[in-house]
Design a protein around this ligand. Structure first.
Ligand SMILES: [Zn+2]
Length: 391
């Protein structure tokens, strides 16, 4: 029996711990937040600009989502966190009454901000929207997230690409540690949890030291940063095999940022990760790529124009219960806006259903035995998102 983690604004109960035989580190849990409960392992759709692109809040619910992510950097620049606070906070602004996690803004500052200058106090950058100059510090990043009123805030960090040199990774990791302490000191909102981000790149020693450093701080959860970039799946697996065992007796949830293909999610759950987010299912949907058991279906392909079947027979989503492949293929060719909504509904439904299947297998005690079947269902869709993550 694992004791629950009980923080001021978050509680995490491990429901089914990993088996003692070491066949997997996969586990199920329940994360209780101010605006609701999240069953883990769980995937968070990304609502970059306070909207999951093309979907209404009701659509998001229907996909099976219980928590979404919003981007601190984007909302700070437009429409502005203070404006959102004046309008009643992010939940009211976007009419989503479930849990919201806001990211730290660090990834977007580094990947989207132009002419950025990183120093020990913060990051100065130019807006990718209008070229105006801004400065993010740990204190401002926390203040923005408190104004937005998300259920989970994330400490400001300096991410680097996995392929960066050891010296670059080491410097950014040490800075991230100092910023983690400053983020905690700045955080004051009692109804908001705060997660810390470990960095360390792919270097086992740096990764282990960073995991220990962040885990020693009184955060409500541990983010595993600096992955889902340009590393190979093997490098990612090896890095998780360094970090997660160090957290074996830690009662808090673990969140791998930026991972989103079913195949990648499965392997990371197997290694002990509880939470994920990614724009990937929604982005590829808008490009006409539909995820189905065993792989993908490109609805821009002409052969679907006469196909009366649903995209996926047993799928409960808005697309599959009412429309044919032929109709969706037509909508994409005509560049009709409904195509984006229907395709996004489907890919998020597929992804969240896949996570539900993973949770069911863990609960049944049969996850290791079901890995082969789950891998087959996930197909070969894989790949990190790198610098494209936030667009
Ligand atoms: Zn569907």
């Amino acid at each position: 029996m694992t004791l629950p983690y009980i923080g001021g604004a978050a509680r995490f109960d491990v429901l089914v711990p990993p088996p003692a035989d070491g066949t997997t580190r996969a586990r199920t849990g329940r994360l209780t937040l101010t605006h609701g409960v999240v069953e883990t392992p769980q995937f968070m759709p990304v609502g970059t600009n306070a909207t999951v692109k093309a979907l209404t809040p009701d659509d998001i619910r229907t996909t099976g989502a219980s928590i979404i992510l919003a981007n601190t950097y984007h909302l700070y620049l437009r429409p502005g966190h203070e404006r959102i606070a004046r309008l009643g906070g992010l939940h009211r602004f976007m009419d989503w009454d479930g849990p919201i996690l806001t990211d730290s803004g660090g990834f977007q500052v580094v990947s989207l901000g132009d002419l950025r200058v990183v120093d020990d106090d913060g990051v100065t950058f130019r807006s990718h929207l209008d070229g105006s100059t801004h400065r993010f510090t740990p204190e401002l990043a926390v203040g923005v997230q408190e104004a937005l009123g998300s259920d989970i805030a994330v400490a400001f960090d300096q991410p680097v690409f996995p392929s960066s040199t050891r010296a670059v990774v080491a410097e950014a990791t040490e800075r991230t540690h100092r910023w983690a302490e400053r983020s905690l000191a700045a955080h004051s909102r009692a109804d908001q949890a705060i997660f810390g981000i470990s960095q360390g790149g792919l270097d086992p020693d740096l990764r282990a030291a960073s995991t220990r450093f962040i885990a020693d701080l009184p955060f409500d959860g541990i983010c595993i940063g600096g992955l889902a970039g340009d590393e190979t799946p093997e490098q990612r697996d090896a890095t998780l095999d360094v970090a997660i065992p160090l957290l074996a007796d830690d009662p808090r949830p673990r969140y791998l940022m930026g991972l989103g293909s079913p195949a990648d999610l499965l392997e990371a759950v197997h290694r002990g990760v509880d939470l994920f987010d990614s724009v990937l299912p929604a982005r590829v949907a808008r490009n006409g790529q539909l995820w189905v058991p065993g792989g993908r279906m490109n609805l821009r392909n002409q052969r679907f124009l006469d196909d009366p079947a649903p995209v996926q027979d047993d799928c409960p989503c808005l697309l599959c219960t009412r429309f044919s492949r032929a109709y969706l293929a037509h909508l994409f060719r005509a560049k009709e806006l409904l195509a984006y909504r229907l395709a996004t509904c489907h890919n998020l439904t597929f992804t969240l259903d896949f996570m539900a299947r993973i949770r069911a297998a863990i609960q049944a005690g049969s996850f290791p035995a079901e890995m082969t079947g789950l891998r087959a269902r996930a197909g070969r869709i894989s790949g990190g998102e790198g610098a494209e993550k936030s667009a």
